[in-house]
Design a protein around this ligand. Structure first.
Ligand SMILES: [Zn+2]
Ligand SMILES: [Zn+2]
Length: 809
């Protein structure tokens, strides 16, 4: 037992412990240890943005509390950390920083610049993860841009091709004209905007057909007019033709029961492709496709005189021409939802291009069934995944037209066009750099054209459950697969949780993870979404510097129930910091009173000792249940309330006098302190890893590398729960509290002795209880003479105990 110093520098010891844990290997996973059960955490590798915000603090605190709790429960915990490196933002940043376009350099040179760029962001993020006190096993660190990682991604691509789960084909896909790449449904965000709806006159044999559209620039790509067969206003036109405005092209008027008769004029323009409804109609009625817009978002030759214009520009020109020709019937504003690119907010277009797809639609019901089978914290989050899986209309488009990504390992014969996939032993490979030595199996030519498309970065990051486990090179990878838990934010269920699940189901026919832990988002100090532009943004280093990581972690643990969005509140962090001081001071007092104390000392516990131990056991039960179910708020609050309002405010105050005395009642208080504080520190260790370690190392650690984080989680000891002691102890505490309050009211200093105190209790039970606690009452209140009577009397009441009164002199 070492005395804790009076002054304490939280920031100094937090950083010190982070270094020591790394030296001790406290967080290492032991691949060879079969004696303990394994627990694998599928840490999502973040995309390093060069920043670590309070949302990240919430995420990583959740991951880490799970890891630390499970380690203390005796698990061999596998807690890796990777970095998801590939992607468009890095390309854009490199282009800006070096004032180049990606096409200015050979792809491998541009790639090198991107790799260098992302390292500086990784360094910032890694430092923050360490500084938060995350118990990551850094020997498992990886980067998705490393050749070894890319080899696994490409290998899984080949395996999925073999299983016929991947195909290449011409299909309509979401396209970002600014990023000039295909993007997946999951990367399309919905934004509410106010647009305009135009009613345009289409020509009929005799008269006109007014059609309302929000995308008049698509009129040159109109391939049919749809009317609902039940709509008596228009169903007589089915089978006729209509003339496209500003041209003499004619299109068929067809019956389509998907047409909403109440929208616009009740008639739908079907064009390729204004929206997803067009995609469905074109496929259903086998309509021709007019490619109106190119990859840069410019009008093609199909647009006639509008060729070369941008989308907005073409819209304005067409509306003006319609107006000039007297064909514009109305123009009104309309609130609408627009699909925008998640990276650059540009409205997405639907283009037909040749892309690679994974057959995810065929797995929808497998995903739903698995989602329902596994455990979710909180339970209701599973429905987000189910709803998302069922809402998908298309297969996952895997190919991207970018550079900094995992290449698709394929070539095409220059002479006959035959495709050649790489062989597994050729991986990793960039077909743009390496050419196969073999000649074409079809025509014998030795000349190859590389596949230039690369893979969606989600295709890199959605393989982590297998890769973390050691697939494919470790024969024992199934020891860690499926991952015990996949933790992440609810905003990425539709990407991370979904892609992981569908990918691993396709590859291994088994769930990717056995449970999912979902955290909410962090809102700004004003309750709105946290953002720099709203001025409600709080930078993590500011919080760490002011109050340390353990205080920030308490905010994360207690800010709201698991899965809900929580606002960032300085007051919560400050409360956490004050709590740490309270705990420190209690432990400091104990450390001075326990010097030389042998915890094996026998002592009969006094009433208040039994009282506090019984209360503590209930807290152990609550905290254990809370951590087991990832209810961090209830677990942490139960312990903090106990420490602050039961242990420090009442128990310690009432037994201090015993600690300064000699004899059996001193030993029983010492034993209680020694036992209770150790348990409290352990219950708080997942939330406040630094502070609890600092105190534990002074008070309890034995020998080198004895970490609280490797100590066994307290098992609740039911034999210590003593309802009678709780009832009696509560009464003693109430008596002390109210007499002290009375002294205070009369202006008598607390340490001024009282000559006489008489307590009257109407019931025998209450009189007995008070008698049991009499020594603690009189010593704590400094009473020279104290008496207890069974019966009525006394002038002053005790709150909550109508039968107990007292008088003092
Ligand atoms: Zn974009
Ligand atoms: Zn060939």
């Amino acid at each position: 037992m070492r005395r804790l110093p009076k002054k304490i520098d939280f920031l100094e010891f937090e950083e010190r412990w982070e270094r020591i844990w790394e030296e001790w290997g406290t967080n290492r996973y032991d691949w060879e240890d079969d004696s303990r059960p394994r627990y694998s955490i599928d840490t999502p590798p973040p995309y390093p943005s060069g920043d670590f915000h309070m949302g990240n603090v919430l995420n990583w605190t959740y991951f880490d509390m799970r890891a630390r709790y499970k380690r203390m429960r005796g698990y061999n915990v596998h807690f890796p950390q990777g970095w998801d490196c590939h992607g468009l933002p890095t390309e854009v940043a490199v282009e800006k920083a070096y004032k180049i376009r990606r096409s200015d350099l050979p792809p491998d040179e541009f790639r090198k610049l991107c790799e260098g760029w992302i390292e500086q962001y990784i360094a910032v993020m890694k430092e923050a993860v360490i500084r938060l006190g995350c118990s990551v096993d850094w020997s498992l660190e990886y980067r998705t841009m490393q050749p070894e990682y890319m080899r696994k991604v490409q290998l899984s691509f080949l395996m999925l091709c073999d299983k016929d789960m991947i195909y290449k084909g011409e299909h309509p896909i979401n396209w970002c004209p600014r990023c000039e790449t295909a993007i997946a449904d999951a990367e399309v965000e919905r934004e509410k905007r106010t647009g305009r709806i135009y009613t345009v006159a289409f020509g009929l044999e005799d008269g006109e057909l007014p059609i309302a559209t929000t995308r008049p620039e698509y009129i040159p790509a109109c391939v049919a007019i749809g009317v609902n067969p039940d709509d008596d206003r228009f169903n007589h036109l089915i089978g006729d033709e209509a003339t496209i405005p500003l041209s003499d092209r004619r299109v068929p008027i067809i019956a389509d029961d998907a047409v909403d008769s109440s929208f616009g004029t009740g008639v739908m323009m079907i064009c390729t492709y204004g929206d997803k409804a067009d995609v469905v109609a074109v496929a259903k009625y086998r309509l021709p496709v007019i490619k109106l817009i190119d990859g840069k978002g410019r009008m093609t030759g199909a647009a006639g005189k509008y060729e070369g214009m941008g989308i907005e520009e073409a819209r304005r020109a067409i509306v003006a021409d319609l107006d000039g020709a007297g064909l514009l019937r109305r123009a009104e504003s309309l609130p609408q939802e627009v699909g925008i690119c998640w990276r650059c907010d540009t409205p997405i277009e639907i283009l037909v291009t040749n892309q690679w797809f994974m057959r995810t639609m065929s797995l929808t019901e497998d995903v739903v069934r698995t989602t329902m089978e596994i455990k979710w914290f909180p339970d209701w989050m599973r429905y987000r995944m189910v709803d998302w899986a069922r809402s998908l209309d298309w297969d996952w488009v895997l190919s991207r037209q970018r550079v900094f990504a995992t290449p698709i390992p394929a070539w095409y014969c220059k002479r006959c066009g035959q495709m050649r996939m790489a062989a597994p032993e050729e991986l990793p490979v960039d077909p743009k750099i390496t050419t196969p030595k073999a000649s074409c199996a079809e025509c014998g030519s030795g000349e190859w054209e590389p596949e230039r498309d690369v893979l969606d970065t989600w295709f890199d990051s959605s393989l982590t459950c297998a890769i973390h486990a050691g697939w494919p090179e470790r024969l024992d990878w199934r020891n860690l697969y499926p991952a015990s838990i996949h933790p992440s934010g609810h905003d990425i269920i539709r990407t991370w949780a979904y892609y992981l699940m569908v990918r691993h189901l396709a590859l291994f026919g088994e769930t990717a993870y056995s449970s999912a832990l979902i955290n909410g988002m962090v809102l700004g100090t004003d309750g709105r979404k946290m953002s720099k532009s709203l001025g409600n943004f709080v930078a993590t280093p500011e919080v760490f510097k002011k109050y340390g990581a353990d205080a920030a972690r308490q905010w994360a643990a207690t800010g709201g129930s698991t899965g809900t969005d929580i606002p960032f509140r300085w007051a919560d962090v400050e409360y956490g910091w004050r709590f740490m001081r309270k705990l420190w001071n209690a432990c400091r007092l104990a450390s001075t009173q326990l010097e030389g104390f042998d915890p094996e000392t026998e002592a009969e516990p006094e009433l208040l000792d039994r009282w506090v131990l019984s209360r503590l056991e209930r807290v152990v039960l609550m905290a254990t249940e809370g951590f087991e179910e990832c209810n961090y708020m209830s677990a942490t609050e139960a312990v903090r309330n106990f420490v602050w309002h039961v242990f420090c405010d009442h128990y310690l105050e009432a037994v201090k006098h015993r600690l300064y005395s000699e004899g059996g009642e001193k030993a029983s208080a010492q034993r209680t302190l020694h036992y209770a504080l150790r348990r409290v520190l352990q219950l708080l260790a997942p939330v406040m890893p630094h502070l609890t370690e600092e105190i534990y190392s002074a008070m309890y650690a034995k020998g080198e590398a004895d970490s609280i984080h490797l100590s066994r989680w307290p098992e609740a000891d039911g034999s210590l729960i003593d309802e009678e002691a709780e009832r009696q102890g509560d009464l003693i505490i109430a008596v002390i509290r109210d007499i002290r309050r009375e002294k205070n009211r009369l202006g008598i200093p607390l340490n001024t002795p009282l000559e006489r105190l008489t307590i009257y209790a109407e019931s025998k039970d209450e009189a007995e209880a008070i008698t049991l606690g009499l020594d603690d009452i009189s010593a704590t209140l400094k009473v020279e003479e104290v008496e207890v009577f069974e019966g009525e009397g006394g002038t002053l009441g005790v709150d909550g105990y109508p039968g107990v009164r007292f008088e003092m002199a």
